[in-house]
Design a protein around this ligand. Structure first.
Ligand code: GTP
Ligand code: MG
Length: 465
């Protein structure tokens, strides 16, 4: 049952602004607005006005004028929530915003819960679940690429493909189930050849979508960059220099950083997530060893590894450290950094250039993290290596972990269907596998959902959205 009560909330960001918007949605939205809104033309009521119109007027509590406002009027079903909606745009003082909210509450509205406007939009069929989730992503988007991705998803790019597949499968399950009803007669309504073709097509698409998640995750959370190396080489100094703040503790004591420290930086529209890790060395300290384990696991999860070395160390030691990390690198980009160039001197740089022949996926750069020298060269390398490859075959990118899990489950189920078809399993088993596949696909768009899942999704919204 959809809650019909009229809800209200400040929809613009909290605090003082030039203007602010208060949203009112529900069965009595227009009547409630009429109780407090007065047009300069006496007797003009919002209730008598056409949809999608703007009206200037005052908001009053009894005789007192609270503010001059613009009321935007939307009527069901043509509004964001699908209900009657009035948006009151007032002057942005916090006092005015609060007074208007109180006034609306007094006149019969109630405060909206986080995400309740979007939840109603979903429940009223204005958007499917993956689109509703994209609204949250869109609001949270902090750089050009995840803005684009969220916008595309909100406009339905992602779910329309899923829906199409699901409809085709629904057609087949109806046929297969019909066969079961006529099981004595040994008929085949569902053309097995066509079913094989369809499921193989679905399998391929699900595979592509699921594999786009790696990219989607990067777009949403930033390109993961691990800063690793020996103790005291200047990893934390480098993190601070990139972030331009004293985020991590720096000291000349070996083993200063014990746990992973992370932060996101936006560089020319691409988000990078940096992980400063515990320095790697032989130690009997249990806590430090746990930290070192984490350093290795961050290295494995990263797309780009910054291996920091200290130019004031003997070249043999540096080489040994580099080899240690190289062994752990799989397909990550490795950028070897000769740090402390300010005290290492040119002779050491030359020595290091001679000592390393770089692999295809490797680079070498010399900097001084402390003096902030040549950081631009490092940033350039980061940018070059963050150019993301769009997975082939689909321009849709999955960025939501819930979708990824449902896609993976659907993928497993469709693989079982294909297997079953190849081995000629009986119709009832086939139907069961198809049902399962349908279930997981439906979870993504919200055709199959439960209150727990919905509650979880919408509670992450902010109030007013
Ligand atoms: N001269 C010079 N000193 C540096 C540079 N970068 C870092 N240092 C110094 O090196 C010491 C260690 O720096 P940290 O950033 O704490 O090193 P770390 O790699 O994070 O060390 P652990 O956390 O112990 O693994 C500090 O005294 C820094 O001031 C540099 O570019 N030049
Ligand atoms: Mg450190």
């Amino acid at each position: 049952m959809i809650d019909q009560s009229t809800i209200c909330a400040i929809a613009t960001s909290p605090g003082v602004g030039a203007i602010a918007t208060i949203r009112l949605s529900g069965e009595n939205a227009i009547q409630i607005a009429d109780k407090v809104f007065q047009s300069p033309a006496k007797n003009k009521k919002l209730a008598d006005q056409k949809a999608n119109t703007l009206h200037v007027g005052t908001l009053r509590e009894e005789a007192e004028i609270i503010d001059e406002v613009v009321a935007a009027l939307f009527r069901t079903p043509h509004s964001f929530t699908g209900e009657d909606v009035v948006e009151l745009t007032c002057h942005g003082s916090v006092y005015i915003q609060q007074r208007i909210l109180e006034l609306l509450l007094k006149n019969g509205a109630r405060m909206a819960r986080p995400g309740e406007f979007t939840q109603r939009a979903f429940l009223n069929g204005k958007m499917d679940l993956s689109q509703a989730e994209a609204v949250a992503d869109l609001i949270a988007s902090s750089n050009a690429s995840n803005h684009k991705m969220a916008l595309k998803q909100m406009r339905g790019g992602f779910s329309s493909e899923i829906k199409k597949l699901r409809d085709q499968l629904l057609h087949f399950i109806a046929m297969v189930e019909l066969e079961l009803d006529f099981s004595e007669e040994d008929v085949e309504f569902a053309d097995r050849k066509q079913l094989v073709d369809l499921t193989e097509k679905i399998e391929q698409l699900l595979h592509q979508l699921a594999s786009s998640f790696k990219l989607g995750n990067v777009l949403k959370n930033g390109v993961p960059v691990a800063i690793v190396g020996e103790t005291n080489v200047g990893k934390s100094t480098l993190l601070n220099a990139i972030l331009n703040e004293e985020k991590a503790i720096v000291s000349d004591i070996h083993g200063t950083t014990r746990d992973v420290i992370e932060d996101v930086v936006n560089i020319d529209g691409t988000a990078f997530r940096f992980f400063d890790t515990a320095g790697i060395r032989e130690t009997v300290d249990q806590i430090e060893n746990m930290g070192i384990e984490r350093s290795y696991s961050k290295l494995e999860q990263a797309e780009i590894v910054l291996l920091v070395t200290d130019l004031s160390n003997p070249i043999d030691l540096i080489r040994q450290r580099v080899e240690l990390i190289r062994e752990r690198i799989q397909d990550q980009k490795l950028i070897i950094i000769g740090n402390k160039a300010d005290i290492g001197g040119n002779a050491k740089i030359k020595e290091m250039l001679d000592a390393f022949s770089l692999g295809e996926n490797e680079d070498l750069v010399f900097i001084s993290a402390k003096m902030q020298q040549n950081l631009e060269a490092l940033i350039e390398l980061l940018k070059e290596n963050a150019e993301l490859q769009q997975p082939e075959g689909t321009d849709v990118i999955v960025s939501n972990i819930r979708h990824f899990e449902a896609l993976t489950n659907a993928h497993l189920a469709v693989a079982r269907v294909i297997d079953g078809l190849r081995n000629g399993i009986s119709g009832d088993f086939l139907a069961q596998d198809i049902r399962e596949c349908l279930h997981f696909l439906g979870e993504i768009t919200g055709e199959i959902s439960n209150d727990e899942v919905l509650g979880h999704i919408f509670k992450n919204f902010c109030i007013g959205k």
